[in-house]
Unconditional design. Structure first.
Length: 88
């Protein structure tokens, strides 16, 4: 996942992250997982939306057709810091 500064709102520096998927990659991987759940008749399949189309990993979606609406952060400040519990 690589983005140049200014590519998206809130991205004020270049990002080069080779440990996480971008949105399209995550979506494709999720479809592979749900396909595998269905194909192997796993018990968890009953929780999948039956109206969702099946996915053929040999024919992935076209990247140019993919669109995920931007969701603004709901929290202000440094989201990489985990707040500590008040133990008083």
């Amino acid at each position: 996942m690589k983005f140049k500064a200014g590519s998206y709102p809130g991205v004020d520096r270049d990002i080069s992250d080779t440990t996480h998927f971008n949105n399209f990659g995550a979506y494709e991987l999720a479809q592979c997982i749900t396909h595998g759940i269905r194909a192997n008749n796993l018990p968890i399949a009953k929780f999948l939306d039956p109206s969702a189309r099946d996915f053929d990993p040999a024919h992935p979606d076209v990247f140019a057709d993919f669109h995920l609406p931007y969701t603004p952060p709901q929290q202000q400040g440094d989201v990489t810091q985990i707040p500590q519990a008040n133990l008083k």
